[in-house]
Design a protein around this ligand. Sequence first.
Ligand SMILES: Cc1cc2nc3c(=O)[nH]c(=O)nc-3n(C[C@H](O)[C@H](O)[C@H](O)COP(=O)(O)O)c2cc1C
Length: 209
Amino acid sequence: MNIIEDLNWRYATKRYINKEVPAAQIDTLLESIRLSATSLGLQPFEIYDIRSSELRVKMREAAYNQPQLTEASHVFVFAVWTEVTEAMVDSYLQFVAEVRNREISQLDGFRKSILGFLGGKSAEEIIKWSSNQAYIALGKAMVSAAQMRIDSTPMEGFNRQVMDELLGLRDKKLHASVILTVGYRDTENDPIANAQKVRKPIHQIHRII
Ligand SMILES: Cc1cc2nc3c(=O)[nH]c(=O)nc-3n(C[C@H](O)[C@H](O)[C@H](O)COP(=O)(O)O)c2cc1C
């Protein structure tokens, strides 16, 4: 299977059958997220893996009753940072120094550029920045899922404030940015399962200058 076949196979699944994705494949998806590139390497998000069916029912209500929230095998919420403190930056630099066997002082310049870039940003700006990182990781997970013939749905059709409340994210200085559900398509009940892919021809989006 090549990558283009994988990408044609995937679609934003609307309905799932009741079948669990094996743990080993879930680990691969999580590893794809963990290995994603992020701005400054800060990985400014956490993945909430929602196993509680009661919570999932409430989340579905907060997501305009979209069935994926209760039907999918797994529901992952990308909870992004709403602030970046000096302590968080220092703890990251400590980690980098340990992993790469460097003196922390060698990272002074890096520390300055991180704080110069992120310091003084509003919570709104930090959320936008951290969400950008989460969306890149989301894309990686979707491609990995497709390669394993696991269906997925990227979802931002939900009330973020309500989701934050349901998951208790505000106190943790986190914010529900985007959701990824994974599982197996219900070809009988999903009206999109056999629909043609709708994409502009490449000449409409590719510009050579
Ligand atoms: C960031 C993002 C958010 C999305 N939110 C939803 C959603 O809440 N519910 C849904 O069913 N599909 C959602 N989609 C799926 C898109 O509608 C879908 O990707 C698009 O129509 C292209 O179709 P395809 O992915 O099936 O090829 C979302 C897609 C992206 C990238």
